[in-house]
Design a protein around this ligand. Structure first.
Ligand SMILES: [Zn+2]
Length: 293
């Protein structure tokens, strides 16, 4: 099934919903980084959060970066997303292996670690980016974003992020949603929605049963005047280029560049987000050095 994100409202706009199926996107990220199952689950939840939050940006120039830096073996995850639902991610240690947690699930919280910070950095094209941060609550990621929206953006929110890893390490199902109560929504409505969200099966179960994202939302918000506003196709996409890598090489400073040149060796730079290799011959390093003078 194709990945899809939908934006919707319920109860006359009192409830705002962004929900998506991200199986292919997460599979791509997991393959690029050669993730173990627990690393796939953690990276996949962050990528899904990224693509969902990215769609809240107003223009294509805006960028949102999400960072979760716990003290666990994963050693941090960073994802960057745009308004067109494209996203890329980097995981400190994709080879982390842990026993299942006490619920028999992949131990994402243990692998992320609970001693650390979740950052949401929005570059809106202004002089300074907006930086929101909250202490990590459980490291399970969805709870951490729910806490972030409620504590830092004062928007009571329910967040669900799920990744189901198959035996062959491919991604069987991935997706999630962010459900937010708008100012003025009554508390009873919030209670009803919280109750429904607790009652439904995990989103990855619904996705692997073949339900579309619209069907999943109709199921959750049955009788609540659900209105689907629009849809987008999420995608794992890196915006690196040779030109950007050249700029990065120049920015490391003349002395370091001179040392690389003096070594008489070629240089290979690998993009952290997509593993694209950029080769520079010794002559090309020399040219960059000349240009940086
Ligand atoms: Zn790249």
């Amino acid at each position: 099934m194709q990945d899809k994100i939908v934006r919707a409202t319920a109860k006359d706009g009192m409830v705002r919903i962004i929900a998506g199926i991200t199986t292919n996107l997460v599979n791509e990220g997991s393959k690029i980084h050669e993730c173990t199952p627990v690393a796939s689950a953690a990276l996949g939840r962050m990528l899904t959060a990224g693509t969902l939050i990215g769609t809240t940006l107003k223009s294509e120039k805006e960028v949102v970066t999400l960072k979760i830096n716990g003290n666990g073996e994963i050693n941090g995850i960073t994802v960057t997303a745009h308004s067109d639902a494209s996203v890329k991610g980097f995981i400190g240690n994709p080879y982390v292996d842990r026993p299942l947690n006490e619920k028999g699930k992949l131990d994402v919280g243990g692998a992320i670690g609970t001693d650390g910070i979740l950052y949401v950095i929005k570059d809106l094209g202004l002089r300074d980016p907006y930086v929101g941060q909250v202490p990590i609550q459980t490291g399970e990621i969805a709870e951490d974003f729910a806490y972030y929206f409620t504590a830092s953006e004062q928007t009571p929110s329910a967040v669900s992020l799920g990744v189901l890893v198959d035996r062959d390490l491919s991604i069987k199902a991935a997706g999630g949603f962010i459900v937010q109560m708008m100012p003025g929504a009554d508390e009873l409505l919030a209670d009803v929605i919280t109750y429904r969200l607790e009652e439904i099966p995990p989103i990855t179960t619904l996705i692997s049963e073949g339900k579309t994202i619209e069907e999943i939302l109709e199921y959750i918000f049955d009788g609540m005047d659900l209105k689907v506003l629009d849809s987008l196709t999420p995608e794992y996409k890196c915006d690196c280029s040779r030109e950007r890598v050249e700029k990065a090489l120049i920015s490391i400073g003349k002395e370091t560049l001179q040392e690389i040149y003096d070594d008489k060796k070629n240089e290979e730079i690998v993009c952290n987000f997509c593993n694209t290799k950029y080769e520079f011959t010794n002559d090309e390093i020399g040219e960059l050095l000349n240009n940086s003078r």
